[in-house]
Design a protein around this ligand. Structure first.
Ligand code: UGA
Length: 440
């Protein structure tokens, strides 16, 4: 099938590359000409394990405009090339959050206008972005204003996780297809016929809701285990073991029960607030979600409080942060715990050294309005020099494997505040660290 992808952000890029790998002819379109130019020469704007290699194997640079072969992918800033003759058109644009917490649908609306302008035969327009219930119908209305022929709308939310997106695409646990017509349902079911997982056919609205409900539930699990962790600390229980014990019950499940600094990223914080707002604008107060958000915010404050307690005060203290990404295996720092921690530490007049294996430091500073300067390092051990404490903010593998004897030697004081519970309690204590963690 010829497939167009509108938007080469995280979701669009991964979906496009993986669909081409399945044997489809894929055209990725973006309004950002610079980004397209870079993609045309194989430069990927994000760090995602396996993506670069997969794109290289699809040999996209040797393709000519409009003559795309099956199993190949091209990148274009020309909407006509992408949309004309495409059987499936995926909308994978950003749906950021407005200042008032509502979802900003301007990119989705403008994608719909572009589709309406260039559509010239029957196609199925598939929405992949996380959008409020009712957006599918809105997109249909916008396209219909410009294109009067036959077309269908489908909601096919994505459940990829950053850092394991390629693997998640290849091994989905479910595929949700929200459609209004049998014709569209058939086409999209055919696209996914090689997948060995349940395919759930629903209405447009139900599919849109499944995405929000799933993310909100996972975030609730995280806030729940963080609350349990805070109780564990007070009653001498170990939250890691509690989570293992809980997870053995298949009704609960073991995933998303890792206590720590809480959730971040481009999805959970935005989606949880959006669902809360969607409920509110439909005259329903979603009480539970409000607490989920509150608990998440408090986890970050708690960690700073712990550091303050162990160092007596934070004034002029030097803190080394290991990890700026919102989770390991990504270069994404959107809504990461590290951003909140730096703000909270700087408010207390602490000085910050920071190291992350994948983050572009310049971008990190430019996108966040920090009060004071941060000292960035290209080596995790050098970053520890003259520091009063090491704070673990992201559970990168290289931090788990760090040489703790060396860490102790370099730090000014042997204090480790572990916001992701990555170290063995006995081992760090034996080495003579003052070791604070979450819920153990
Ligand atoms: C999340 C969902 O997991 C995906 O299914 C979904 O497709 C995606 O959002 C989206 O809506 O696009 P992602 O944001 O990549 O994926 O990250 P997750 O792996 O879900 O982690 C989110 C945050 O929760 C991270 O900050 C992570 O550190 C935190 N987390 C996760 C915990 O604090 N504890 C856990 O046990 C698990």
């Amino acid at each position: 099938m010829k497939i167009a992808i509108i938007g080469t952000g995280y979701v669009g890029l991964v979906t496009g590359v993986c669909l081409a790998d399945l044997g489809n002819s894929v055209v990725c379109y973006d309004i950002d000409k610079e980004k397209i130019k870079r993609l045309q020469v194989g430069k990927i704007p994000i760090y995602e394990p396996g993506l670069k290699k997969l794109l290289e194997s699809l040999d996209s640079s040797k393709q000519k405009k409009g003559r795309i072969k099956p199993g190949k992918i091209i990148f274009t800033d020309d909407p006509k090339t992408a949309i004309e003759k495409s059987k499936l058109i995926f909308i994978a644009v950003g749906t950021p959050q407005k200042r008032n917490g509502e979802v900003d649908l301007s990119f989705a609306k403008s994608a719909a206008q572009t589709i309406g302008k260039f559509l010239n035969n029957y196609a199925v327009v598939v929405n992949k972005s996380t959008v409020p219930v009712g957006t599918g119908k809105l997109v249909k209305k916008i396209i219909s204003k410009k294109y009067h022929g036959d077309f269908d709308i489908v909601s096919n939310p994505e459940f990829l996780k950053e850092g394991s997106a390629i693997e998640d695409f290849a091994n989905p646990e479910r595929i949700i297809i929200g459609a209004e017509s049998q014709k569209a349902r058939k086409i999209i079911n055919r696209l996914y016929q090689s997948f060995n997982c349940p395919i759930l056919n629903t209405s447009l609205e139900t599919a849109e809701m499944i995405k929000y409900a799933s993310n909100a539930f996972l975030a609730t699990k995280i806030s729940f285990i963080n609350e349990i962790a805070n109780v564990c600390e007070r009653v001498d229980a170990d939250v890691k073991e509690v989570a293992t014990g809980m997870g053995l019950d298949s009704r609960i499940g073991k995933s998303f029960l890792e206590a720590g600094l809480g959730y971040g990223g481009s999805c959970f914080p935005k989606d949880i607030k959006a669902l809360h707002n969607i409920a509110l604008s439909n005259n329903y107060r979603f009480k539970l979600l409000k607490s989920v958000i509150q608990v998440n915010n408090d986890q970050r404050k708690l960690l700073v409080e712990k550091t303050k307690r162990i160092l007596k005060n934070l004034n002029d203290k030097k803190i080394c942060l290991w990890g700026l990404a919102f989770k390991p295996d990504t270069d994404d720092f959107r809504e990461s715990a590290a951003i909140d921690l730096i703000r909270l530490f700087q408010k207390e007049n602490a000085r910050i050294n920071a190291y992350d294996p994948q983050i572009n430091y310049e971008e990190f500073v430019n996108r966040n309005n920090f009060k004071n300067k941060i000292n960035f390092y290209s080596d995790k051990y050098t970053a520890l020099k003259n520091c009063d404490a090491l704070v673990i903010t992201t559970e990168w593998n290289e931090f788990k494997k760090a040489d703790l004897k060396k860490v102790k030697k370099i730090l000014k004081k042997p204090v480790v505040v572990d916001g992701r519970n990555i170290y063995n309690l006995e081992k760090v204590k034996k080495l003579g660290f003052k070791y604070l963690n979450i819920g153990r």
